[in-house]
Design a protein around this ligand. Structure first.
Ligand code: SF4
Ligand code: SF4
Length: 426
């Protein structure tokens, strides 16, 4: 008993010291709400710790409460309730596509005949400096060019690998299960953190090409039945600096890695006698985000980004489509806790510098891509504040694996975890 009491006393002193140091060095005192929350947390923690120190019954009581509060419990199992993605979206409406139009007057004329409502805003956008220009807020003479080099490499290789998607040989015998297993192993060996293989939901295939001038306006006819999604992590420590040039380096590097793995898988499948098409940054025939939302590996957050059950939105996605027979990857049934986390969290909405993440009347959210993209052009990098402030954006270390496990238990742990996140980890 004595030993336990001394242990709790030392714990109480240590926790108080941590609180005091946080108060003085880390908490931004201008946030009155945060300060009040911190003071309440200090008072409650001290009451608990000192009652444990003085009473054996309190030790039993709080131990039982602690174990009980870790039980997984979710009253609401509704999935993907924050977004309605459009079916067969016209890629020409994407902000990158619209931004490119300033270099192609003939395409520009055609586009604004179809979508005249975009002309006024896009005229302003076209006058802004491009991402990577020396007048951008976060322009860095050396770092900005690393991102450019990543994007150029991705674009140049895309041309080679997407031009010929036909099989390299005659059809050969294979086992779909064995082939799937090797595709997953190969992808993970090359740096993917997860893979999903599913039937391709055709409603998420774009209707018309829009990103590249050479096929702009062509109708997309993708007859593949299966889609392999490849998830590649971004570097947490770069995203943590958002908005900053490091973010566009993290993002462009992950896109390049994701592209490389998509090429490898495509070439591998082609060696079994089937077509395979890689879909990579700037050269997708489909919307990866809703497909990822249906993959069973996570959900779509209020930010409009895919929230992976382990890595949150700290990822970039590429894809391969094919007709080869594959074993579909199992759906992880317990990712609904992410929807519930999103329901009680509003970090991305509140911290978006352009207030681009907006709520519609029916509790659905949408991202106003015009204001978001204009901000990227102003600062010269991906903004990524919505990724940075998400409680699921954490390094892949043991401590933060425990934190994410805590966030996946129930609404009580999620509320406490969010409080902890917003006070100490943002
Ligand atoms: S990237 Fe930045 S501006 Fe765009 S939605 Fe996210 S937080 Fe808002
Ligand atoms: S920041 Fe919060 S609300 Fe936004 S996606 Fe992440 S969990 Fe959801």
């Amino acid at each position: 008993m004595k030993f336990i009491n001394i242990f709790y006393l030392i714990l109480a002193i240590l926790i108080n010291l941590i609180y005091i140091s946080l108060l003085f060095f880390q908490i931004k005192l201008k946030y009155k709400k945060q300060l009040i929350r911190l003071l309440i947390t200090i008072i409650i923690t001290n009451i608990i710790l000192f009652s444990i120190y003085y009473s054996y019954y309190a030790q039993i009581f709080f131990s039982v409460i602690f174990i009980l509060h870790l039980l997984p419990f979710f009253p609401n199992k509704e999935k993907n309730s924050f977004y309605n993605f459009p079916e067969n979206y016209d890629e020409r409406k994407n902000m990158f596509s619209r931004n490119n139009l300033k270099n192609y007057p003939a395409l520009k004329e055609k586009y604004y005949k179809i979508y005249p409502e975009h002309l006024k805003f896009d005229n302003k956008l076209h006058k802004m400096p491009e991402i990577g220009s020396s007048s951008n807020k976060y322009y860095h003479q050396y770092k900005s060019k690393i991102a450019d080099a990543n994007f150029i490499t991705t674009a140049k290789t895309a041309k080679n690998f997407r031009e010929d998607i036909s099989p390299t040989t005659e059809k050969v015998d294979f086992s779909p299960e064995e082939l799937t297993k090797h595709i997953i192993e190969m992808a993970k060996y090359s740096g993917a953190i997860d893979i999903s293989i599913n039937k391709l939901d055709k409603k998420y295939v774009y209707s018309y090409h829009g990103r590249q001038a050479y096929n702009w306006g062509e109708e997309i006819k993708l007859n593949h039945k299966n889609v392999i999604l490849i998830f590649v992590p971004m570097n947490f420590y770069d995203i943590e600096k958002a908005p900053n040039t490091n973010v566009i380096i993290a993002s462009s590097s992950a896109y390049l890695e994701a592209a490389k793995i998509a090429y490898l898988i495509s070439e591998y499948i082609k060696l079994f006698g089937y077509e395979a098409k890689p879909h990579i940054d700037g050269n997708y025939d489909l919307l990866c985000t809703p497909l990822a939302g249906e993959s069973g590996l996570g959900t779509i957050g209020k930010s409009g980004l895919f929230l992976h059950h382990k890595f949150g939105s700290l990822i970039r996605i590429s894809a391969v489509t094919t007709n080869i027979e594959l074993a579909y990857t199992p759906q992880i049934k317990k990712t609904y806790h992410l929807d519930n986390l999103c329901r009680i969290c509003n970090n991305c909405v509140l911290n978006c510098p352009t207030k681009s993440i907006r709520q519609q009347n029916n509790n659905k959210y949408y991202v106003r891509q015009e204001t978001c993209f204009a901000y990227w052009k102003t600062i010269g990098t991906d903004c990524a504040k919505c990724i940075k402030v998400c409680p699921m954006t954490k390094p892949d270390t043991l401590l933060f694996k425990c934190f994410k496990f805590y966030l996946s238990r129930n609404l009580i742990t999620q509320k406490l975890g969010l409080l902890l996140n917003n006070l100490f980890l943002l």
